[in-house]
Design a protein around this ligand. Structure first.
Ligand SMILES: Nc1ncnc2c1ncn2[C@@H]1O[C@H](COP(=O)(O)OP(=O)(O)OP(=O)(O)O)[C@@H](O)[C@H]1O
Length: 344
């Protein structure tokens, strides 16, 4: 007769039980959240809302734009992290892989709007900015603009060996101002930069914050109709930020549109009238800065504390509240393609 050991269920330790309970609670919360969101927006994922371009007010249109980078992979089986490790790649041949940086983005930006763009590292924000400038073409879809956007980025070209004053002159000429227009703008640029004491020094002696201030002052001196700012504001001190906000308000008041990419939610909330959250190349939210930033803060806080499921709940909950749009151009309302030489 065999003597088998009687089955005794193993009891979970208190901490294991706590973890299981938390997971269950999150799953229930997740399910309830989906149901609630579904009740509120039953067709959110299926039926895009048709949004018609208003030719009188439009500044930029992103129409179902996607961007895929084709990258050489040293192993042929690239798994180097970021987007690639999340499975959004496709090995296309010996040593080549595709990185889907942006997928089917659609939105319309009208005059007077200041649009914040947020998202975790590698989510596609800078790629979106490149498409908006028109210097990079989307792999599918299209980006349209009513005027040439001016890009102000941390890498905007300043020459390190020459003085701040010379950089102002060169920068203005490079942006297409005449020598007379440059001379007329000079005092305004100095004032916006707040760097009058340092203008005779070579740029290599400037701190990164001082360089950013100079870039900002030069780039906004042309009164751009559409201004794109990529992280450039983060380095400034409180006084410069106040001046920056004033200048951005002026640009907006002059019927322009501003895009601001930043990891600083304080700056985004302070300066933007609308926020677009891009995650893993997809638009997750587009709307009220306060609400979108709250969701984003909750998401990133869960992620950085390793609460993957809770982060997923916030992600799904936010995504279900997005009304995806389909752009509709009535006859004559289609602006020129961004980057086209036919726009000013
Ligand atoms: N030139 C490129 N070639 C190949 N892949 C690229 C290139 N530029 C960006 N990517 C990839 O595209 C994805 C989006 O990158 P992007 O720089 O747009 O993100 P981001 O949101 O601006 O990131 P961060 O906040 O870190 O600056 C990433 O997976 C990135 O690795």
């Amino acid at each position: 007769m065999s003597t088998s050991t009687p089955y005794v269920p193993r009891r979970h330790t208190d901490s294991e039980a706590d973890l299981i309970a938390q997971d269950l609670a999150i799953e229930l919360d997740d399910a309830a959240g989906r149901a609630e969101a579904w009740d509120e927006h039953p067709f959110t994922q299926q039926t895009p809302v048709i949004q018609t371009v208003d030719p009188e007010n439009v500044c930029m249109v992103v129409d179902d734009a996607s961007m895929t980078y084709r990258v050489r992979s040293s192993t042929g089986n690239n798994d180097s992290g970021g987007r690639i490790s999340r499975g959004l790649k496709r090995i296309t041949g010996a040593g080549w892989a595709e990185v889907h940086a942006l997928s089917n983005l659609s939105f319309i930006v009208n005059r007077g709007e200041s649009v914040g763009v947020i998202g975790t590292n590698g989510s596609g924000k800078s790629t979106l900015m490149k498409l908006l400038t028109g210097k990079v073409r989307p792999t599918s879809g299209e980006v349209y603009a009513t005027s040439t956007p001016v890009m102000l980025g941390v890498n905007a070209a300043l020459v390190k060996e020459i003085s701040g004053r010379e950089n102002i002159r060169l920068g203005c000429l490079a942006m297409g101002l005449s020598p007379e227009q440059t001379a007329a703008k000079y005092e305004q640029i100095v004032e916006i930069s707040g760097l009058s004491d340092a203008l005779e020094m070579p740029l290599k002696t400037y701190s990164s914050g001082m360089s950013s201030r100079l870039q900002f002052a030069i780039a906004t001196s042309v009164d751009p109709d559409i201004l794109l700012i990529d992280e450039a504001l983060n380095t400034g001190d409180a006084q410069f930020r106040a001046r920056t906000k004033e200048r951005l308000d002026e640009v907006r008041a002059n019927a322009g549109a501003v895009f601001l990419v930043s990891h600083s939610l304080g700056t985004i909330k302070q300066m933007c009238t609308r926020v677009i959250w891009i995650e893993q190349g997809e638009m997750l939210a587009d709307g009220d800065p306060q609400w979108v930033c709250e969701q984003y803060e909750e998401y990133t806080s869960h992620k950085s504390n390793g609460r993957t499921r809770a982060a997923k709940v916030v992600y799904e909950r936010t995504r279900l509240r997005l009304d995806p749009i389909k752009v509709d151009f009535t006859s004559g309302s289609r602006p020129k393609k961004a980057g086209s030489s036919r726009i000013r």
